[in-house]
Design a protein around this ligand. Structure first.
Ligand SMILES: Cc1cc2nc3c(=O)[nH]c(=O)nc-3n(C[C@H](O)[C@H](O)[C@H](O)COP(=O)(O)OP(=O)(O)OC[C@H]3O[C@@H](n4cnc5c(N)ncnc54)[C@H](O)[C@@H]3O)c2cc1C
Length: 431
């Protein structure tokens, strides 16, 4: 129970942590404002409440019921997605939407309305939430679903924890034949190639995503690996290693610098010799490659890092991504694993849900002080100019006016905000 966020920037100050354990109990007494906190896998300050209280939900970790015939699961909000998979995969079920880490709580997944590599097929997490109980600071409880209290449902999915505490939820799972996926990896040399591969794969593949070499410049700019996959009918396949490495301490300086970045990206790009490669892969390394290294966020040193995830609308996607990548490569900053994906057209019910039609890019930047912030401000100019948006779950620094431009419906959330709930993020972007 750390009460921090994954990017370790900003560091919260004067924040009280209260552990919740009983979903039927009233909220504990607190002074000032409170904010639900899941597993702190948001990168910036949307899961922080400096000067206030965090209602830590990992103690709400019970399964309530599982209908293995229909794939309906009821569980408390602090259950991790990984714990759900441990329970259901062996019984032929899977999460219909999963982000790139399994260390995310159900409450956190709902409050950020997370997306995965199959957005073009299954939309956002909330599409598969049959309902949840919302507990407000006045002690009232309401069941929210697409049919009952639908306005509260729309405010709370993607609502950044500001409408109340989700105590438990019912999820609709997806049938699978086993834990393996048939994966196909295509090496590509340009953004134009990426967009063509993605458009062609959308029809036949449930999962599509690309890794982009964000350090490449000139003729190599926009190169990467495009990975598409489907759940496999295989009865057996390679099992993931049980060994989990961990970064044991925070080095005094970030290990990510211009030289290590270029070297890693170049090696990674060339690790696949063939243009196309096929493999049967277990879901763990496929969906959660970073989870194999515990506390990997420490490699960025004591100042932490910032993730930047944006979406650009279809008409501006290729040119805009080219512009963003050029600015990033010229800065010499960026990350080992920059991720590029084309979202589908399915619209989430959530007022503040981030995914929308277009292409999304996500990458990490070591916190290098003013130079990093100036670079991210410059990226914002491109994103705002193209009519795009930045993902609040990853953000720690976007200016209030920018946020309000990215999410023009933000004021529609006002009637649903719990008067005693707030977050560092919300104060930063709205006050
Ligand atoms: C390696 C990595 C990969 C990721 N990949 C993706 C990805 O592919 N797609 C994606 O969408 N996201 C991705 N994320 C972000 C992550 O999925 C989200 O930030 C997620 O919401 C974190 O959940 P959490 O349980 O850690 O919640 P926290 O980060 O602790 O909180 C997130 C939000 O949920 C609210 N909240 C938490 N619990 C409750 C509750 N019980 N009731 C009401 N509100 C609550 C909090 O107030 C906060 O606003 C990734 C993160 C990491 C570290």
């Amino acid at each position: 129970m750390s009460g921090t966020s994954w990017g370790r920037y900003p560091q919260p100050h004067d924040q009280r942590l209260l552990m919740l354990r009983d979903r039927d109990a009233p909220l504990p007494d607190f002074t000032g404002t409170a904010l639900p906190h899941g597993n702190g896998r948001s990168y910036g300050d949307s899961c922080l409440n400096s000067g206030g209280t965090l209602l830590c939900t990992r103690g709400l970790d019970r399964f309530i019921a599982f209908d293995a015939e229909r794939g309906l699961l009821r569980c408390e909000a602090g259950v991790l997605l990984g714990e759900i998979l441990d329970l259901v995969v062996g019984q032929g079920w899977f999460l219909p939407v999963t982000p790139g880490t399994k260390y995310v709580t159900v409450g956190g997944a709902i409050a950020n309305d997370v997306h995965g590599k199959n957005h073009h097929v299954n939309g956002c997490f909330s599409e598969h939430v049959a309902g949840f109980e919302l507990l407000r600071s006045d002690g009232s409880r309401r069941w929210c679903s697409a049919h009952e209290n639908a306005d509260w449902f729309a405010a709370t999915v993607g609502g950044l924890g500001l409408t109340g505490l989700i105590t438990w939820a019912e999820l609709r799972l997806q049938r699978v034949r086993g834990p393996w996926l048939n994966c196909e990896t295509h090496r590509f040399g340009s953004l134009a190639e990426f967009f063509a591969l993605s458009a062609a794969a959308e029809r036949d593949y449930e999962y599509t995503v690309a890794w982009i070499d964000c350090a490449a410049r000139g003729a190599a700019a926009g190169r990467g690996h495009f990975i598409c996959a489907n759940h496999a009918p295989a009865a057996d396949g390679p099992r993931p290693s049980r060994r989990r490495l961990s970064v044991p301490f925070t080095p005094p300086l970030s290990l990510i610098n211009r030289a290590s970045l270029r070297a890693f990206n170049t090696l990674y790009y060339h690790r696949q010799r063939a243009r196309v490669q096929q493999a049967l892969t277990h879901y763990e390394p496929y969906f959660y490659p970073l989870d194999a290294i515990g506390r990997w966020n420490r490699i960025y040193g004591p100042r932490g890092f910032l993730q930047y995830q944006c979406v650009l609308p279809p008409a501006a996607a290729e040119a805009g991504m080219g512009e963003l990548l050029a600015r990033i490569a010229a800065s010499g900053s960026g990350s080992f694993l920059a991720v590029l994906k084309v979202f589908g057209t399915r619209k989430s019910a959530g007022i503040l849900s981030f995914p929308r039609p277009g292409a999304t890019l996500a990458l990490d930047f070591p916190n290098g002080g003013p130079a990093t912030f100036a670079l991210l401000d410059a990226l914002d100019e491109v994103v705002a100019g193209a009519g795009g948006a930045v993902y609040p779950a990853k953000d720690a620094r976007v200016a209030g006016a920018r946020f309000r431009g990215y999410f023009p419906a933000w004021q529609s959330l006002q009637p649903y905000l719990d008067p005693k709930f707030s977050s560092s993020f919300w104060r930063r972007v709205t006050e």
